[in-house]
Design a protein around this ligand. Structure first.
Ligand code: ADP
Ligand code: ASP
Ligand code: MG
Length: 413
């Protein structure tokens, strides 16, 4: 008998009617002879609503209490789905993370999973029940409720699929697969039949929120077969799995846009050894992830350093930068609260030259100024003014995906 972990996102459980539809889909799976574990998100908008309530009561709500609060949305959905399944005559039982033991560290708001205990799940599955699990949450060694980061019900699902050695992990959402770009922003985006773990990981990290980044990382590590499907239709989804040879024939698999980035410049710093360590050491110690960095050419022994951070981290990063700037005698700190990061991703880039050059040409033709550039083996990212983000994404999509992958071998990156 096959064992499947399914995950339903916020929109998919966003109303009583949607929960009824999910219960029917789950019931059909069971009729087809599958054992099923179902992970649910909070109803659409609920997690944001809970965060807002906390912020109305305090400027700096305590992180432990915030997790206790925002994790409740998932508990509600899990119980509601279980109630509906039972009313259809399908035996079901819901659990929160504490009851199963999805153990995490104590990093509230972004906790990492340490272990997943499945004994209770296995027992219930053997009794013929559907096991419904509240996503997004864990419990630390002291019994405190933690959350795993925004969008992390995907991670709960993959972690359970890995621990249970499930035959597949099905992620049901409001689009019917992974597209070459966000279909809600790019009307010409096409659905991918398959995408490699590496490409999906880059796409998720670069703004394609259809899958949460760490969930893809975990799926890759434990070889969990992952498929993205729509809870609104029965169309074939997108498989995320190991790379195979034919994937390299495609130059660019996806174009992403991330509008949640900020840019900080620390100006007029003395260009001497140890400078970068002085600036970025405290940032790293504060757990702030820095993405792109550029250092301007030195003039008069002084230079500017510019880098990007997630917008959620901007306030803390700026506070740190201002105190570092004062310490090291820098001329000042400037920032732009919102910039757009636009990226092209594809394993085919490993074997083709000229991709970055073509990307820059496409943006130049639209007269879009590139502020920063970063590359890896399978991606090229640029930062542009946020008002041109969507235009940049669509132009790149037209050039690389709809327009084919004509990169002359004479061009070089
Ligand atoms: P859920 O609540 O089900 O977890 P999310 O809102 O987290 O759903 O993710 C689904 C959304 O991801 C889609 O509605 C779509 O706008 C967005 N998205 C961004 N990039 C892509 C992409 N390349 N392919 C498909 N969807 C994408
Ligand atoms: N409800 C959580 C969020 O909104 C987790 C999730 O939906 O995956 O971030
Ligand atoms: Mg999501």
């Amino acid at each position: 008998m096959s064992l499947i972990v399914q995950k339903y996102g916020g929109t998919s459980v966003g109303s009583v009617d949607r929960i009824k539809a999910v219960a029917e889909r789950v019931a059909r799976g069971r009729q087809a002879g599958r054992k099923m574990v179902v992970v649910v998100s909070a109803m659409a908008g609920e997690t944001n609503r809970l965060f807002k309530l906390a912020s109305e009561l305090s400027d700096t709500p305590d992180l432990r209490e915030t997790d206790a609060l925002v994790s409740t949305g998932e508990q509600v959905s899990a119980a509601l789905l279980s109630i509906r399944l039972q009313s259809l005559g399908v035996p079901a039982i819901s659990f929160v993370a504490d009851q199963l033991k999805i153990a995490t560290d104590s990093n509230h708001g972004r906790a990492r999973i340490k272990s997943v205990e499945c004994d209770r799940v296995v027992k219930e599955l053997e009794r013929g029940r559907i096991v419904v699990v509240a996503g997004y949450q864990g419990v630390d060694a002291n019994g405190n409720i933690t959350t795993l980061g925004r969008g992390a019900s995907d991670l709960t699902a993959v972690a359970l699929a890995a621990a249970l050695k499930a035959d597949a992990c099905e992620i049901y959402t409001d689009v019917d697969g992974v597209y070459t770009a966000d279909p809600n922003l790019c009307p010409r985006a096409r659905k991918l039949r398959r995408v490699s773990y590496d490409e999906m990981l880059e796409m998720a990290a670069l703004g394609a929120k259809v899958l949460q980044g760490r969930s893809v990382e975990l799926a890759r590590r434990y070889n969990v077969p992952l498929v993205v499907l729509s809870s609104f239709s029965d169309s074939e989804g997108t498989w995320v799995g190991k790379e195979d040879r034919s994937m390299e024939d495609v130059l660019v698999s996806g174009v992403t846009l991330d509008q949640n980035q900020s840019k900080i410049t620390i100006a007029g710093v003395e260009d001497s050894p140890g400078l970068a360590a002085k600036i970025f050491g405290p940032i790293a110690a504060a757990g702030i992830v820095i993405d792109m960095i550029i250092q301007n050419a030195s003039a008069d022994g002084h230079t500017d350093m510019t880098f990007t951070v997630a917008r959620d981290d901007l306030k803390r990063a700026l506070e740190l930068m201002r105190s570092i700037a004062a310490d090291i005698g820098a001329a000042g700190v400037r920032h732009e609260a919102q910039v757009a990061k636009v990226s092209i991703v594809g394993v085919g880039m490993r074997t083709h030259a000229g991709v970055a050059a073509k990307m820059f040409n496409v943006l130049a033709a639209e007269r879009i100024n590139i502020e920063m550039i970063a590359t890896s083996e399978i991606k090229v990212s640029v930062v542009v003014n946020s008002k041109y983000g969507e235009l940049a994404m669509r132009s790149l999509h037209d050039a690389f995906v709809n327009g084919g992958a004509a990169v002359s071998s004479a061009e070089t990156v």
